[in-house]
Design a protein around this ligand. Structure first.
Ligand code: BES
Ligand code: ZN
Ligand code: ZN
Length: 477
């Protein structure tokens, strides 16, 4: 889908279809009020009505808030894609709604048909935005142009993340993920280092090696770096990249195993963020660290009762091989902190089903020691169209992951608060000087969906990308 800004009033733009957003208040005085009423259009939220004889698509909105407009634009573009029109034009709805509208269009028109033998492409190719506001005034073109450029980079990077997540475990293996990162590095002028198993052994990353031991696709550690001259800040992003999580010997039940290709979503988000950051040419040095591993069963699989020694020297009692993400992250967090002295370190992981129990399916769990930092992310997420909720630590919960035989246990002794105890496990692998500079994002509920919601269709959502880019752009100036 091409999205363009045209420096002309809406009437002067040539397009097959016009998209208009209408509140119930505006409906009363609408030029086609009667026709719309006949068609049963009452301007109820999410209602869409096509007046084909007027080449007009009307989409109801409850108000002109960013969140409303983003969702409405996604619904409208999906509807427009169902017809045979090739182009669509839209006015502005105040400058602050331009980015949400673009996001709605780009994210809402996303389709993944990589595995269809006969995909049916939509005929809709072009979306033209006028710089004319809905009330007839003209908005400043240069400001809109800058918003368009930035928003397109972020929305397209989100779709790129979705594409990666949606690939099957056999296509996106740890090696496949490393090749993806290498080709991104080539195109976007990033540094890229990949460690294979012998590299991981040399780095003493035995927790990560343990998780990947029974797979026919050996693990890879990927380090992508974007290094502008004189950066304002240095940031490390760490991603859980389980290209498949069968649960290992603590095997998942059949129905829980379906969708576990999405267990690489944190890693994909990190790779996508490096893509966007380099294209936005941000003045921040950003390092992406990804642990790409497949958790499988086999004669040489790691097992409950094993004790693994992580890179930072701590020993981990394994009581459940399905709590594998935290083992991989333990080593990758250790590696990231040893290689780069960052101002902040953030990790992204589809870490626990418990996070979904706590916050529901759409919300990212935000955890860490720095209250201001966590709150800033909740705000950045809300602005960017992502839901986040803080899950609080306390010293009592910490005791639940004590081990009788090793330094720490990979599962909690109690069945509740699993998202927090998983984060407290990770805390064992955060260096003392980084405690206040670390945030953990559990994207188990937000990274993947099996039914369309908001701007998302079936599959990967790109969770973490828009929220983090918004935070970076407002906090690293
Ligand atoms: N990848 C899963 C978490 C998950 C579950 C993500 C559902 C998305 C949807 C993770 O590796 C896992 O299996 N966690 C276990 C931990 C438990 C064994 C302590 C879980 O959540 O059940
Ligand atoms: Zn698991
Ligand atoms: Zn997992």
């Amino acid at each position: 889908m091409n999205v363009k800004l045209v420096n002309q009033s809406l009437n002067h733009i040539e397009a097959d279809l016009t998209l208009e957003f209408v509140t119930s208040e505006q409906l009363k005085s609408h030029r086609f009020a009667q026709l719309l009423a006949q068609a049963g259009f009452k301007a109820e939220s999410d209602q869409i009505c096509a007046l084909h004889e007027h080449r007009l698509l009307v989409c109801a909105v409850a108000d002109l808030r960013c969140e409303t407009m983003r969702t409405a634009a996604a619904l409208a573009v999906k509807s427009a894609m169902g017809y045979a029109y090739a182009s669509l034009k839209v006015a502005q709805y105040q400058t602050e709604n331009f980015a949400p509208l673009i996001e709605g269009i780009v994210l809402g028109s996303y389709r993944f048909d990589g595995y269809k033998s006969d995909p049916k492409p939509s005929s809709l190719c072009d979306v033209f935005f006028s710089n004319e506001n809905f009330d007839g005034s003209m908005l400043e073109h240069a400001a809109l142009e800058a918003i368009l450029e930035q928003t397109l980079i972020i929305a397209k990077a989100t779709n790129y993340v979705r594409d990666l997540v949606n690939q099957t475990p056999d296509d996106m293996t740890p090696l496949g993920m490393a090749s993806t990162a290498e080709s991104l590095a080539l195109y976007n002028n990033l540094e890229c280092t990949v460690l294979d198993v012998s590299g991981l052994e040399a780095e003493r990353m035995n927790a990560m090696i343990g998780v990947g031991r029974a797979s026919a696709h050996p693990p890879r550690l990927i380090h992508l770096a974007y290094k502008p001259k004189n950066p304002k800040k240095v940031i490390s992003l760490v991603g859980k990249g389980l290209t498949y999580d069968s649960g290992g010997l603590s095997l998942k039940p059949a129905t829980s195993m379906v969708t576990m290709k999405m267990d690489k979503a944190g890693a994909c988000a990190v790779i996508g963020m490096l893509k966007a950051i380099s294209e936005l040419k941000l003045d921040i040095e950003v390092h992406g660290f990804v642990g790409a591993v497949e958790n499988m069963i086999g004669g040489n699989a790691y097992k409950p009762d094993d004790v693994l020694k992580a890179k930072n020297g701590k020993t981990i009692e394994v009581r459940n091989t399905d709590a594998e993400g935290r083992l991989v992250l333990a080593d990758v967090l250790g590696y990231a902190q040893e290689k780069v002295k960052a101002d902040y370190i953030f990790d992204y992981a589809t870490l626990t089903g418990a996070c979904m129990v706590a916050l529901g399916p759409y919300t990212t769990g935000v955890m860490g020691h720095n209250e201001t930092l966590k709150q800033d992310f909740v705000t950045a997420g809300a602005e960017a169209g992502e839901y986040c909720g803080i899950l609080p630590f306390n010293r009592h919960l910490k005791k639940l992951i004590k081990s009788d035989i090793a330094d720490v246990c990979n599962v909690s002794s109690k069945p509740y608060g699993g998202a927090i105890t998983a984060a407290l496990f990770l805390d064992n692998f955060i260096d003392e000087d980084m405690k206040d500079k670390w945030v953990h994002f559990d994207i188990a509920g937000s990274a993947y969906t099996e039914s369309a919601w908001d701007v998302h269709t079936h599959g990967g959502t790109g969770a973490g990308v828009r929220m983090t880019l918004n935070w970076l752009m407002s906090n690293c100036k």
